[in-house]
Write a protein that binds this ligand. Structure first.
Ligand SMILES: [Ca+2]
Length: 362
């Protein structure tokens, strides 16, 4: 089997794990740090466990994780993330399963629903979250996890009274400060931005400050549905060399994701454009993105989008294709249709809470 075939095989296998497995299986697969029988995660592991990433161009990476008992995959050098280290709430310098669940849960909150989530955590309705209320969230997460196996056990015993990481950020060294909605929202935004940076760094493994057009295209199509993913990977493979060799800076990458985050708004605007002028060409796309969202898309990104999603001939964007592929990504806040396809085990804590509230009318 060729390197490309092996990469694809693992890529699709890993997509299935992310989308269909319960959190403990996802954790065990992507945790690269194995201290005896206890598994822990690096910041890069955490990113790869939620973001479908294709092996970066020119690297020897074949896969993003491995099953227990298999050797850890070769991943590119990654820098430690001070931000992600905040999830180490027990202070043992590692991210264990409980801490990972908190990460996944906070990431599952769509940016538009941060206030709803905050109100749910704020059990007494005081408008601020105190340490006890947050501890109840942690307990609920813990009890939600399936049978704890050895690999999910905490790696070190720490005392209850000590506060570490996020707990200090949220509640102060003595645990008496309370968390405001504004601070909570900021944290959720910062978390998403950090994940974006980690994803960019993953592709920019040579530390050049930019990624190739091909890697950028991979980052876009990697969220396509499994049944369509081969078709899009073939497309990226067949990219003209000058397009594949374009460079995309972090600033451009971030602008693009800012657009992506408002994908619904963009698709409405583009549909309207299509219905009135009959086509969405490169100029119409760039104009709409700038006019409606205040975002300036770099011309080479527009070219790559057209290469991926234009109808035959290449100068009319197929808005439906683009929406269909890109609407399945954490960037858009985990859309509902996508989540409904997940088995119950993969429901987030907030899904369960919402359902309980709806049932009891509380
Ligand atoms: Ca820890």
């Amino acid at each position: 089997m060729s390197l490309d075939q092996r990469r694809r095989l693992f890529f699709k296998y890993e997509k299935r794990i992310r989308e269909l497995s319960p959190p403990e299986k996802v954790f065990e697969y992507f945790a690269s740090q194995r201290d005896g029988k206890v598994f822990t995660m690096t910041a890069g592991d955490m990113m790869r466990s939620v973001v479908p990433v294709f092996p970066p161009e020119g690297s020897e990476v074949v896969r993003a994780g491995s099953l227990p008992g298999e050797p850890s995959p070769r991943v590119t050098n990654e820098e430690a993330s001070a931000f992600i280290r905040q999830f180490d709430t027990d202070g043992d310098d590692r991210i264990n399963f409980d801490e990972y669940l908190l990460f996944q849960t906070l990431l599952s909150i769509p940016l538009t629903d941060v206030e709803v989530a905050f109100r749910i955590i704020d059990r007494d309705g005081s408008g601020a979250v105190c340490r006890d209320e947050f501890a109840q969230l942690l307990d609920a997460l813990h009890s939600q996890a399936a049978r704890p196996s050895v690999s999910l056990r905490k790696s070190a015993a720490t005392t209850e009274s000590d506060l570490h990481g996020l707990m200090v950020v949220f509640f102060g060294k003595d645990g008496r400060k309370s968390l405001s909605l504004a601070a909570f929202r900021q944290f959720i935004c910062d978390l998403r931005e950090e994940l974006l940076r980690l994803e960019f760094d993953y592709y920019d493994w040579k530390h050049q400050g930019s990624i190739s057009g091909r890697d950028f295209a991979h980052s876009v199509v990697s969220c396509a549905r499994l049944k369509h993913v081969d078709q899009y990977l073939d497309k990226v493979e067949a990219m003209p060399s000058e397009l594949a060799a374009q460079r995309v800076s972090y600033a451009d990458f971030k602008q693009f994701r800012d657009m992506w985050r408002q994908l619904h708004l963009l698709s409405v605007a583009l549909e309207f454009q299509l219905n009135t002028s009959g086509r969405v060409g490169r100029q119409e796309l760039a104009w709409t993105v700038q006019h409606v969202m205040g975002i300036k898309l770099a011309p080479n990104m527009v070219d790559i989008l057209f290469f991926l999603f234009a109808d035959q001939g290449g100068d009319k964007l197929n808005v439906n294709y683009m929406y269909e592929v890109m609407n399945r990504h954490y960037t858009t806040g985990l859309n509902v249709a996508y989540r409904f396809n997940k088995p119950p085990a993969a429901k987030t804590y907030f899904d369960c809470l919402r359902e309980c509230k709806a049932k009891t009318g509380a």
